[in-house]
Design a protein around this ligand. Structure first.
Ligand code: 7RM
Length: 633
């Protein structure tokens, strides 16, 4: 049986059962049949969660870029690999076929080599969403250098911390970046970061905006000056299955960012398999994920997952609001996008603009819609389904983490039905369970618990760079022999999972455990509400009471009335226990760059700990914090 394509519920169940009953046999066959290896493994999986030691496909040899590029160049060299849509719609787009992409990657790889980069060296990539970002990532993988992509919007301080933590030797950046009608001077940010960095760097600069910049002698090099003199062939470095492929920092809510380390073989196998099936990618499809490659979603589902399947993947440099809020839909129509994958924050932001921006959009090409990053509230889900999918596109609500490398819980179009606000079922090989406060497994249906995973899967992170103890403590010490996700979840009587939010955000009101997602979901159903976030604050009688921060779609005249209506909604949907003691209307919520609400900050404000807000420099909208503080109740 071909176990790579999942095209019916029956097949899903068969594969799921064999993948959990005989994981080694299952993954052995899947990996053998669907990838190019220089040498096969001696053991499929070896693991000890106590020590957080995990290896997949031990002793195997491969190069992931051979699987993402060379093998498709042999079979289908002219197929489009990457479509690049620039920030400005008047600038011509670019397309790279698989054979062109291989040449670009090899040239970039040879430039890196000429600058002294070797296997195992860390290369920091601080680039906007331009083709050179893809070339750089893949060039590192080609020569066995470990890439660490830092989102090109982070401050010089955040960049410096990440450079020093992984002790990179080279940073790839550009003169500037376009975002909507703004230009960001990236090279200046890199210069500032290098003033505070302890590790010595070389800098490779890609020209994008033609900003003027200072080039420091024997430190800074222009890609243009080097690229023409290198060979366009670069033999792939043969890597061990467990050699690191990349480091990606997750900021987490507290403390120093964690450099999650992913390795070559397991990551490749799992991201490839999930991409193919969760998006039901067919050979002629055009797939678009709107994430930035600076996030895990971009690594796994713009680059490695799609390219390992020989797919056509779209890279968009700009923002959803430029030149206006119809931009996403124009791009979908322009390239006849078949699969569209974005975040709830983007969906809510676009829904808030009203349907005018959709009136010229056909959206006929769309077959599958996806979301990732946060729980999606019911209202946003319905808007997406009605207006974008026209009620004919399954929506995959994909739950996963930087640490998991690939999607662990999701519906599968025409295989596992979707269900609003539910991520639904575990993917092949994934064994999620819910744990109660005393650490026992919950087997009943219709129950909430802490989400853990029982058995390793190929793309689980292997360590935190330079701090294995922290890796063990964060993910493997809470419960014996399990990976702890940090998320809470609800499981219904059909085995569908609904993610209720981070367990740190759970609020205990009068002894009742309340997840943030279901309450926010209820609030968001109010026709005036665009977004909301709830946190707890200390209360004499209840222990904690609920404080809601609410953004509206338009002017609110009678705040008192809306407050009452919101609490009525909560009462009806969840129960009076979840009613809010305080409701503050605000023009925005503090968010991370990938769109997650930073409840940590709101929690501090709600408990009037104004001086202790922690690091807010990595926020998308740091200015909102002052407004929220000033108007807090
Ligand atoms: C891919 C990504 C991980 C955290 C995770 C959750 C939340 C992600 C969903 C979701 C509800 C989803 N990686 N999360 N996807 N919550 N439904 N479909 O986002 O490392 O940046 O974040 O994001 O809390 O633990 S991440």
């Amino acid at each position: 049986m071909n176990n790579y394509t999942i095209d019916s519920n029956k097949k899903y169940l068969e594969l799921y059962n064999s993948s959990t009953q005989s994981p080694e046999k299952f993954w052995d066959k899947l990996a053998s049949n669907n990838f190019v290896w220089n040498k096969k493994w001696s053991k499929v999986v070896d693991w000890d969660f106590k020590k957080a030691k995990i290896s997949w496909f031990k002793d195997a040899k491969l190069n992931i870029t051979v699987n993402c590029l060379d093998r498709h160049v042999i079979k289908n060299p002219q197929k489009t690999a990457i479509i690049f849509e620039p920030n400005n719609p008047n600038e011509k787009h670019k397309s790279y076929s698989y054979s062109e992409l291989l040449v670009e990657v090899c040239k970039m790889a040879n430039v890196l080599k000429s600058m002294g980069v070797k296997k195992g060296d860390r290369v920091c990539i601080y680039l906007p969403m331009i083709p050179e970002l893809a070339f750089s990532v893949l060039a590192c993988a080609r020569i066995g250098a470990i890439h660490s992509v830092v989102f090109a919007g982070f401050s010089s301080n955040a960049l410096a911390t990440r450079i020093d933590d992984c002790e990179s030797s080279l940073i790839i950046t550009s003169d500037g970046s376009y975002r909507g009608d703004k230009i960001l001077n990236l090279k200046q940010i890199v210069d500032d970061a290098l003033e505070i960095c302890e590790t010595k760097q070389k800098v490779l600069v890609v020209k994008r905006t033609n900003e003027s910049m200072n080039l420091k002698h024997e430190r800074d090099y222009l890609l243009n000056d080097l690229i023409d003199s290198v060979n366009d062939v670069c033999e792939p470095e043969i890597m061990d299955a467990e050699d690191p492929l990349f480091i990606l920092y997750t900021s987490g809510s507290t403390g120093k960012p964690k450099g999650m380390v992913h390795t070559c073989a397991g990551y490749m196998v799992y991201t490839s398999y999930t991409f193919k099936n969760i998006f039901q990618y067919q050979p002629e499809d055009v797939y678009w994920c709107t994430a930035d490659i600076g996030w895990i979603t971009g690594h796994s589902y713009i680059l490695y997952g799609p390219l390992s399947n020989g797919a056509t993947t779209l890279m968009f440099e700009g923002v959803p609001s430029y030149p206006d809020f119809s931009r996403f839909w124009q791009i979908v129509d322009k390239y006849k996008v078949n699969q569209f994958y974005t975040a709830p924050t983007a969906i809510r932001g676009l829904a808030k603009q009203g349907d005018d921006f959709l009136k010229d959009a056909s959206l006929k090409s769309l077959k599958v819609l996806g979301t990732v990053g946060e729980p999606i509230n019911e209202e946003a889900w319905e808007w997406y389904d009605n207006n974008i999918g026209k009620n004919k596109c399954p929506i995959v609500d994909t739950w996963w983490q930087t640490e998991t490398g690939g999607i662990l819980i999701s519906s599968i179009p025409n295989v596992i039905p979707d269900k609003p606000t539910f991520a639904t079922k575990p993917f092949i090989g994934i064994q999620p369970i819910l744990i109660d406060d005393s650490g026992d497994e919950l087997n009943e249906a219709n129950i909430v618990g802490k989400l853990c995973i029982k058995y390793p899967w190929p793309s689980i992170a292997r360590t935190i760079w330079g701090n294995h103890e922290r890796y063990i403590n964060t993910y493997f010490s809470a419960y014996d022999n399990m990976y702890f996700t940090g998320d809470g979840a609800f499981k219904d009587d059909e085995g569908n999972f609904r993610i209720t939010g981070r367990v740190d955000d759970v609020i205990i009101v009068s002894g009742h455990n309340l997840g943030t997602a279901p309450i926010e979901d209820a609030i968001n159903e109010h026709k005036k509400v665009a977004e909301s976030a709830i946190v707890g604050f200390p209360h004499d009688i209840k222990g904690n009471a609920l404080y809601g921060f609410v953004t509206s779609k338009d002017e609110i005249n009678d705040e008192k009335l809306i407050r009452k209506e919101i609490n009525n909604l909560i009462s009806n949907k969840i129960g009076p226990i979840a009613k809010l003691d305080k409701i503050q209307f605000t023009s925005g919520l503090p968010k991370t760059r990938s769109g997650k609400i930073m409840r940590r900050i709101l929690r501090k404000i709600a408990s009037k700990q104004y001086d202790d807000l922690g690091d807010i420099s990595t926020l998308l909208n740091p200015e909102i914090v002052q407004e929220i503080k000033d108007n807090s109740i």
